[in-house]
Design a protein around this ligand. Structure first.
Ligand code: ZN
Length: 302
């Protein structure tokens, strides 16, 4: 049973928006594409995990804190006898392990070894269980989900599940009888309640409003070539239609995520959307979908 669904992190969403509206440096772009790829891999694993028939709890995307240390768990599966802590990696291409370090075969570029990170998370997680006076067996694995990934020189005793082993891993899990009780449920609820929403690992580039391209881009093909027909925005590139109100709302949500500290005014959103529409339209959309604060001359919305 899926108890906590996965969605794109704020970091990934913000990077997506920034990538559309400013020139990212090579390094920032690399970071952004890694986030996209990582998320894609996690979603792929989620689909495979949907096939599990046994009674298990699946909790995705947990960010926990224990003794002032934060750690992330991509997927946590609670079954009767064991808790699986899974880190999903969507690496592609050929890599090799040498003295616990991970390198790409062609470039010899070193990557962070995900097993180190996993071991840290598992240790912290066991501490957390101890603090909660819970006694469960914990098994932690890095799952390499991408079928185009090969790992050379992987020692046999590493907590690694290779692309060719993912199906078997799930099959084994599915063949292990599991009945959950109240204790499992309480633990799952407790873990979800401990989930932290402010992620200290978030690394956004520095940006300010003036650096960003204003306007609304097509929700489908991301083109800024937008015109207005009746109550629709029409994309000049792919022809996709979107209701004006929905497009404005989409752009307001972008604004909110990119500028969390700014008060949202009609003028802000008017500038931000840069559409050939009367200011009253933006005011109406804001009034309808958000709560108004302040007095008439400086109303802002939340
Ligand atoms: Zn389009």
């Amino acid at each position: 049973m899926l108890l906590k669904v996965r969605s794109e992190s704020d970091e990934l969403m913000a990077m997506r928006y920034l990538n559309m509206r400013m020139e990212l440096t090579e390094k920032e772009k690399f970071h952004y594409l890694n986030l996209e790829k990582g998320y894609e891999g996690e979603v792929k694993f989620d689909r495979l995990a949907e096939s599990l028939q046994q009674e298990v709890y699946i909790i995705n995307d947990l960010l926990l804190e224990v003794n002032n240390s934060y750690f992330q768990i991509d997927t946590l599966i609670i079954s009767q006898g064991v808790i699986h802590l899974l880190d999903i990696k969507n690496f592609q291409g050929d890599c090799y392990l040498e003295s616990d370090k991970l390198y790409a075969v062609t470039t010899h570029r070193e990557y962070k070894n995900p097993v180190d990170q996993l071991k840290r998370s598992a240790t912290l997680y066991r501490q957390l269980l101890q603090n909660l006076k819970q006694n469960y067996l914990v098994e932690a694995y890095v799952i390499f989900i991408n079928p185009e990934f090969t790992l050379y020189q992987a020692p046999l005793n590493q907590p690694i599940i290779l692309p060719t082993q993912v199906n078997r891993f799930l099959k084994d899990l599915n063949n292990t009888p599991s009945k959950l009780n109240d204790g499992h449920k309480k633990l799952a609820q407790k873990l979800i309640s401990l989930h932290q929403t402010n992620n200290p690992f978030t690394a956004l580039p520095k940006y300010n409003y003036d650096q960003l391209q204003e306007g609304i881009y097509c929700k489908n093909c991301k083109s800024f070539l937008i015109s207005i027909k009746n109550y629709d925005l029409v994309c000049g590139k792919c022809g996709c239609h979107e209701k004006v109100e929905l497009a404005i709302l989409r752009n307001i949500e972008e604004f909110k995520l990119l500028f969390p500290d700014r008060k949202i005014t009609t003028q802000d959103i008017y500038n931000w959307c840069k559409l050939d529409l009367n200011r009253r339209t933006f005011c109406r959309v804001l009034k309808k979908n958000y709560s108004a604060y302040g007095n008439t001359s400086d109303t802002y919305y939340k």
